[in-house]
Write a protein that binds this ligand. Structure first.
Ligand code: HSE
Length: 409
C-alpha cells in the first residue's frame, strides 16, 4: 500500500469526528480523508464544506481511495456500502456492530470473493483491542469463558444512578449527550447492542456463528428501585454482563444484568468503561479494561484498523477452522433473582430449583435456578425484573442435573 493512505469516510457523527481528531493528532500514520459522505448536508459541520458529499458513488468510484471507513448508523445501508467497496477492490474498516453481527456470513464470503479485508475492532468495546487479541494472541489457546461489560451507556447509567443518586432519565440523557448511546437508546438499555457484540465475540473466541437474536437478552430497562435498594443493602453492584461459557464441546451465552460483589473483576468498572475477562485454557484469566464508547476511544480502534491495513492485515477466523467440534446450546441452568411489584403474580414454578423469596411493601422477590429457555420466555414479561445472582455462571443442564441425581442417590 502507498505511504500515505487515502480514506473515504462514511458518516461524520460522534465516531467519525473522533476519528478525524485522532487522525489529525497521530504522528505515526499518514492519511488523507478525501471525502466524507453524509446524509444531512444541512447540519453545521466542523470541517470545510468541500470535504462533504451526499453521493456515495463519488467515494466508491474514486480510484485514489484505498480504504472505505464506514461509520454510519443504519446497518442495512452500511452493509451495502461495505459490499460495494469490497466489490471495487477497496479495503474496509467499520464500527457497525449491528451490521457485522447480522451479516457476518456475507461479510466473510465477500472478503473471500473479492480478496479485500473488512476490519471492525471499533464495533466491540471501543478502545479495547479484544478482536485483534482473540484473533492473534489467543489463536492457539482454547477459550473457556469470555465475560464482560461491553456497553458503555448502560454502565454509565448504572454508575450514575447507583453511586451518584441520579435519576435513570438524567443518566440516560447524559449518556446521549456524551455520544455514548445509540441514536435509538433502546438498543443499549434493552441489551441489543451487547448481544450484537457478544455475537461477534462468539465467532472470534469460539468459531461459532450465533445470530444475535439467538442470544438470551435481558436489558437494564426493567430494573426497579427495589433492586437498587437491595444491591445497596447487600453491598453489591448491578452490571449488565455479556458472557459466553464453554463446557466441554458446548457453549452457552447470554446478556443480562448481574449482581457483582466487591472483589469481582467487574465491580470497579464504572461509567463508560468496558471490561472483558477472557479465560483461556493455557493463558488462564486476563482482564482487559478501557473506554467502551465515545468518539476518541472508538476512533482509536478505527485508527488501529486503518494502520493494520498498511500491512494488509485481515482476520483469519482461525477459531472457525480449529474449534469445529463446538456447538451453541440453550440447554442450561442459572441462578437468578426475579423481582416485581407486590401486585404482580410470581410463581416458584418458574424455577427448576426454587431457593426462596420474600415480600416487602414495595417488592416481591424470588430466587432460584431457572432454565435458560424459561428465562427467554420470562424476558417477554414487562412486569418483572431479572438479575443474575452474584457469581452466577450458566451451566449445562445435563451436567447440573446429573450432579443433583448423584447428590440425592
Ligand atoms: N452505544 C454503545 C455503547 C456505543 O454505549 O457501548 C459503543 O459501541
Amino acid at each position: 500500500m502507498k505511504k500515505k493512505l487515502s480514506l473515504g469516510l462514511f458518516g461524520f457523527g460522534c465516531v467519525g469526528q473522533g476519528l478525524h481528531r485522532v487522525l489529525s493528532e497521530t504522528l505515526g500514520l499518514q492519511t488523507e480523508i478525501r471525502k466524507i459522505c453524509i446524509r444531512h448536508p444541512e447540519k453545521p459541520r466542523s470541517l470545510p464544506l468541500e470535504y462533504f458529499t451526499t453521493d456515495r458513488e463519488l467515494l466508491l468510484n474514486d480510484p485514489d481511495i484505498d480504504i472505505i471507513v464506514e461509520l454510519i448508523d443504519d446497518a442495512d445501508t452500511a452493509f451495502e456500502i461495505v459490499r460495494d467497496a469490497l466489490k471495487r477492490g477497496k479495503a474496509v474498516v467499520t464500527a457497525n456492530k449491528r451490521m457485522v453481527a447480522n451479516r457476518l456470513d456475507e461479510l466473510r464470503e465477500l472478503q473471500q470473493r473479492y480478496g479485500r479485508p473488512v476490519l471492525y475492532e471499533g464495533a466491540v468495546c471501543g478502545s479495547i483491542p479484544i478482536i485483534r487479541n482473540l484473533e492473534e494472541y489467543y489463536d492457539n489457546d482454547f477459550i473457556n469463558r469470555i465475560e464482560g461489560i461491553v456497553n458503555g451507556s448502560t454502565n454509565y447509567i448504572l454508575t450514575k444512578v447507583t453511586e451518584e443518586g441520579k435519576s435513570y432519565a438524567t443518566a440516560l440523557a447524559e449518556a446521549q449527550a456524551n455520544g455514548f448511546a445509540e441514536s435509538d437508546p433502546r438498543l443499549d438499555v434493552g441489551g441489543y447492542d451487547p448481544s450484537f457484540k457478544l455475537s461477534i465475540l462468539l465467532t472470534h473466541a469460539f468459531g461459532l456463528r450465533v445470530r444475535p437474536e439467538k442470544i438470551v437478552r435481558v436489558g437494564i430497562d426493567r430494573l426497579t428501585a427495589a433492586d437498587l435498594d437491595y444491591a445497596r443493602a447487600e453491598h453489591l453492584r448491578i452490571k449488565l454482563v455479556a458472557g459466553a461459557y464453554r463446557f466441554g464441546d458446548e457453549v452457552i451465552a447470554l446478556v443480562a444484568p448481574k449482581y457483582v460483589a466487591e472483589g469481582h473483576a467487574l465491580y470497579a468498572v464504572r461509567n463508560e468503561f468496558n471490561a472483558v475477562s477472557v479465560e483461556g485454557l493455557f493463558a488462564e484469566e486476563q482482564l482487559f479494561v478501557g473506554k467502551g464508547a465515545g468518539g476518541n476511544p472508538t476512533g482509536s480502534a478505527v485508527l488501529s484498523d486503518i494502520s493494520a491495513l498498511r500491512y494488509d492485515y485481515r482476520y483469519e477466523y482461525r477459531k472457525s477452522a480449529i474449534s469445529t467440534g463446538l456447538s451453541f446450546t440453550e440447554d442450561a441452568l442459572l441462578d437468578v433473582s426475579i423481582s416485581a411489584d407486590p401486585s404482580v403474580r410470581l410463581s416458584p414454578s418458574e424455577f427448576s430449583r426454587f431457593k426462596g423469596g420474600y415480600r416487602t411493601k414495595t417488592s416481591n422477590r424470588l430466587e432460584g435456578e431457572v432454565r435458560l429457555s424459561t428465562l427467554r420466555d420470562l424476558t417477554q414479561r414487562e412486569d418483572i425484573s431479572i438479575i443474575l445472582a452474584p457469581g452466577a455462571v450458566p451451566r449445562p443442564a445435563k451436567i447440573a442435573e446429573k450432579h443433583v441425581e448423584l447428590e440425592t442417590a
